[in-house]
Design a protein around this ligand. Structure first.
Ligand SMILES: NC(=O)c1ccc[n+]([C@@H]2O[C@H](COP(=O)([O-])OP(=O)(O)OC[C@H]3O[C@@H](n4cnc5c(N)ncnc54)[C@H](O)[C@@H]3O)[C@@H](O)[C@H]2O)c1
Length: 256
């Protein structure tokens, strides 16, 4: 896929990985709609992008992805503003074992909802122009984690959903490539929460597990994961792929 003048939508893009994915697209001269529930950080990020890439290249939309109506409006606003949608990056995510139903709502339910909205806009067999969807999973899609069972369940779910929808897209000639990006630990605010009792809840006693994995895999910078994301979007041969990326081993595609 050629990214110049394409239109991307990134959820949870006020900070962290979402911001890095948006910026990676902007560097390729794509137009990007960034959405986030946090509008204060969103406004700061939008101002930073305006300065670097020009105000017409990005739009910030305040959106709670767990609200079906807000999510629907987000897609409508994207197409109204830029005339099309080529790339969706489902990045918004939380890791709270205390409010575990909310974790499932954000990480899995909303992600599925957003995939279905993207299909409506992109499907070639329904008059769309095709496109690329990247669902942000995790190394937790492949591993167990005593300190984070629900987060782990959501990321296993994201991977299974992504691969299955990718197969449906292939068999149904949707013209949409759907892939999972599975990073190890990345230097964002989520990392600071991994030993907090209010986040880990009844699994707080296992907080050192995360430290063990961090020592094993290292910590990536968001911009490195941003470059890997671009590879998934640009490479037209990839559909249903799970790209793992860690500081210690770099990029590896899972063999299923
Ligand atoms: N940081 C890591 O080590 C790591 C590793 C693997 C996967 N991930 C995944 O990467 C994604 C981004 O995480 P991050 O590390 O950048 O975390 P982060 O907390 O820095 O960023 C998450 C962003 O999502 C937004 N968000 C949360 N709930 C939302 C909602 N309901 N609606 C809209 N936006 C919402 C937040 O406001 C925030 O801006 C998540 O899906 C996470 O699971 C992170």
């Amino acid at each position: 896929m050629i990214l110049k003048n394409s239109v991307g939508l990134v959820t949870g893009a006020s900070r962290g990985l979402g911001k890095a994915f948006a910026e990676a697209l902007l560097k390729k001269e794509a137009k990007v709609v960034i959405c986030d529930i946090n509008h204060e950080e969103g406004a700061i990020t939008k101002a930073e992008f305006d300065e670097k890439y020009g105000p017409s290249q990005t739009t910030f939309v305040t959106c709670d992805v767990t609200s079906p109506s807000q999510l629907k409006d987000l897609f409508s606003q994207t197409v109204q503003k830029y005339g099309k949608l080529d790339i969706l990056c489902n990045n918004a995510g939380i890791n709270n074992e205390n409010i575990w139903e909310k974790t499932i709502s954000v990480n899995l339910v909303a992600l599925i909802q957003a995939n279905y909205l993207a299909l409506e806009h992109m499907r070639c067999d329904r008059g769309g122009q095709g496109g690329s969807i990247v669902n942000v999973a995790s190394l937790s899609s492949f591993q167990i984690a005593a300190h984070a069972p629900v987060y782990t369940a959501t990321k296993h779910g994201v991977l299974g959903f992504t691969r299955s929808l990718a197969e449906a897209s292939k068999l149904g000639n949707y013209g949409i490539r759907i892939n999972a990006l599975c990073p190890g630990f990345v230097n964002t605010s989520i990392l600071e929460t991994l030993d907090q009792e209010e986040i880990l809840g009844m699994f707080y006693q296992f907080k050192d597990m995360a430290k063990h994995w961090i020592n094993l895999f290292g910590v990536l910078e968001p911009s490195v994961v941003g470059d890997a994301f671009i590879q998934l979007v640009e490479d037209d041969s990839l559909n249903g792929a799970a790209m793992k990326i860690t500081s210690s081993k770099g990029i590896q595609f899972e063999n299923f």
